[in-house]
Ligand binder design. Structure first.
Ligand SMILES: *Cc1c(COP(=O)(O)O)cnc(C)c1O
Length: 356
C-alpha cells in the first residue's frame, strides 16, 4: 500500500467563510494529488499539499483530446459535529467506470476514498455548518503526457479538491423551469454519456445557453437516435410522477447513473410507490399532463438533491406546475435524503460514511 505524504505548511486555523457561498468559487486550502506513470509501475507519490496552480505542458494530452473525468459528492457536518460523506463508494466505482471507458488507469477505490477522508479531515473547518451548506468534493483525473497524437496517455494525475458550498436554493426549495430540446443532443448510446467525462459538458453548453436565453434554467435532453424519449436534465436525472407510477428513464448507456437517482428509487420502493425504469416519450409526458394524470416532475442529483420542476417547455407546449411550492413527493424526498445526510433521519440504508 502506498503512503500519503503531507506537504503542508502550518495549519490555517482561522477560517472565515463568506456569508453567501456561491457554488464552486472558493476552495479549501489543501488538495490531494497522485501521479500515474506506466513506466514507474502505475500510481505513485500520493500527497496532500497546498491548493496551487498545476504545472502542465501546453502539449498535455488532456488539453487537446479531452481525456478528463471527474466526480462530485458532498461532505456534511451533522448536528452532533460528525463529518460524513453520502455513499462515496458509489462515486469511486463510477469514476473507475469512467476511467475504463476513456482508456484511463483505474485506481484502488479504498485507497482514494481513504485519501479523500484524510483531506476532508485536514480541512474540516471549511465545512460550513449553516442549514443546507456542505463541502463539495471534486475528484478529477487528467492525462498529462506532453506529446501530441490521439492515443491513450501514459501519464495521469488524480486530484481531489474541496469547495465549501451554500444551499442550491438560497431562497429555499423552489421549483425550476426546464426546457426540452431536439435541436442538440447530449450523448448517444455506446458513446460516453454514462461517464462523468469533461467532454460531455462542453457539448451541452450551447443548448444550455439557449435555454437560459428563453428563461429556463436547464435543458431536458432527448434521446439522440429518435429524439423522442426524455433522458436527463443538466447534471440531474429526471423523474416523472404519474397518478399510478413514478417513472425515470432506464439507464440505456447514454444517461449518467446518478447516486441520487439510485437512492430515490430505493426510498420510493420502500415507501410503496410503483417505480419504473423505462423509456418515457416526451409525447407521453405531454399527453398525461393534458389528461391530468401527470402530477409532478423533478430532477435528482448531488448538487440540488431534488429539484422540483415549475415549467417544462417543448416546442410550443408549456407544461405548468406550481412555481412557488415543490410537488408533494419532491418535497418529501428532499426532506428524507437531506435528513439522512445531515443526521436528522436515521441512516437505515447504511448510506453514511464517517470521515473520522
Ligand atoms: C452528476 C450527474 C448526475 C447526477 O449524479 P449524482 O451521482 O446523483 O450526483 C446526473 N446527470 C449528469 C449528466 C451528471 O453529470
Amino acid at each position: 500500500m502506498l503512503d500519503i505524504t503531507y506537504e503542508i505548511k502550518d495549519d490555517l486555523k482561522n477560517v472565515e467563510l463568506p456569508e453567501n457561498l456561491v457554488f464552486g468559487r472558493i476552495f479549501a486550502p489543501h488538495i490531494f494529488e497522485m501521479d500515474y506513470d506506466e513506466a514507474l509501475g502505475g500510481w505513485h507519490n500520493p500527497r496532500i499539499k497546498e491548493f496551487e496552480d498545476l504545472r502542465l505542458s501546453p502539449a498535455a494530452l488532456v488539453l487537446h483530446y479531452g481525456q478528463a473525468i471527474f466526480e462530485g459528492l458532498k461532505a456534511y457536518k451533522q448536528t452532533d459535529g460528525k463529518v460524513v460523506l453520502f455513499r462515496p463508494k458509489e462515486n469511486m466505482k463510477r469514476m473507475n467506470a469512467s476511467a475504463r471507458r476513456l482508456c484511463m488507469p483505474e485506481f484502488d477505490e479504498e485507497f482514494v476514498l481513504d485519501a479523500m477522508k484524510k483531506l476532508i479531515n485536514l480541512d474540516k473547518d471549511w465545512i460550513p455548518t449553516k442549514p443546507g451548506h456542505s463541502l463539495y468534493v471534486r475528484p478529477l483525473m487528467i492525462a498529462t503526457d506532453p506529446v501530441l497524437g490521439v492515443r491513450p496517455a501514459n501519464n495521469y494525475k488524480l486530484l481531489i479538491m474541496l469547495s465549501p458550498v451554500g444551499p442550491y436554493y438560497p431562497e429555499g426549495f423552489k421549483p425550476v423551469p426546464i426546457m426540452a430540446t431536439d435541436e442538440y443532443v447530449r450523448a448517444v448510446r455506446k458513446g460516453m454519456g454514462n461517464c462523468k467525462a469533461a467532454g460531455n459538458y462542453a457539448g451541452s453548453l450551447l443548448a444550455q445557453k439557449k435555454a437560459i436565453a428563453e428563461g429556463y434554467t436547464q435543458v431536458l435532453w432527448l434521446d439522440a437516435i429518435e429524439l423522442k424519449y426524455i433522458e436527463e436534465v443538466g447534471t440531474m436525472n429526471i423523474f416523472v410522477r404519474f397518478d399510478d407510477e413514478v417513472a425515470t428513464p432506464a439507464l440505456s448507456g447514454s444517461i449518467l447513473p446518478g447516486v441520487t437517482r439510485k437512492s430515490v428509487i430505493t426510498i420510493l420502493n420502500d415507501w410503496g410507490y410503483k417505480v419504473t425504469e423505462r423509456k418515457i416519450a416526451m409525447q407521453e409526458v405531454i399527453d398525461r399532463y393534458n389528461d391530468k394524470s401527470l402530477l409532478e416532475v423533478f430532477g435528482a442529483g448531488t448538487a440540488a438533491v431534488i429539484a422540483a420542476v415549475s415549467k417544462l417547455k417543448y416546442h410550443d407546449t408549456v407544461l405548468k406546475f406550481s412555481e412557488e411550492e415543490p410537488g408533494e413527493l419532491s418535497a418529501k424526498l428532499y426532506n428524507e435524503i437531506t435528513g439522512i445526510q445531515y443526521g436528522r433521519i436515521e441512516d437505515r440504508y447504511g448510506w453514511i460514511t464517517y470521515v473520522e
